[in-house]
Ligand binder design. Sequence first.
Ligand code: SF4
Length: 213
Amino acid sequence: MEDIKVRKKRANMIYRILDPVYTKEKTALKFNNPFELLIATILSAQCTDKRVNEVTKKLFKKYKSPEDYINVPQEELEEDIRPTGFFKNKAKAIRGCCRALIEKFEGRVPSTMKDMVQLPGVGRKTANVVLGAAYDVPGVVVDTHVKRLARRLGLTDNHDPEKIEKDLEALLPRKKWRRFSDILIYHGREVCKARKPLHESCKIRHLCPSSEI
Ligand code: SF4
């Protein structure tokens, strides 16, 4: 395995080069409190942030608390979130999560990883998104883009998201964890795409062990 010092250097250089490229304003999900962010994050699975924001603009006026999501028939919630896709599963996930919030956390979104992952359907990825943006708790978010780029960039040898999370956290200071995930997500969407990575226009090509794939 490559020396950790070499990986650290590469990760920090990638951060330095791409940080100014993907400006913070592009961070997209809109929310006013941790509960809204949790709902928006559940809705964002397999959906663009833009579409989620269109839906939540109305949704958050109608549903303000976990009780509100439970007190309507499931079909009504499904209709309200239909444009985000997979609306039946998402409605079920949202209601399950709301029930657990009421039963275990007095209706509030918890602020630790240990508590967050007790919510049904909430894995470490969603938990890190919510903890980072709502409570400023540092964490690396490992979604499909981060997973792919971390491996292509030689920052991990693992496939398991939890192990990748730990590997990336070992390479950068805590204050950079969350931002690094965002950078990799943007770079994955715009340049280092799953099927056809745009090596030619990639600003970190000189650092990338997979630049010829
Ligand atoms: S050089 Fe290619 S594989 Fe490496 S990060 Fe850039 S686009 Fe991805």
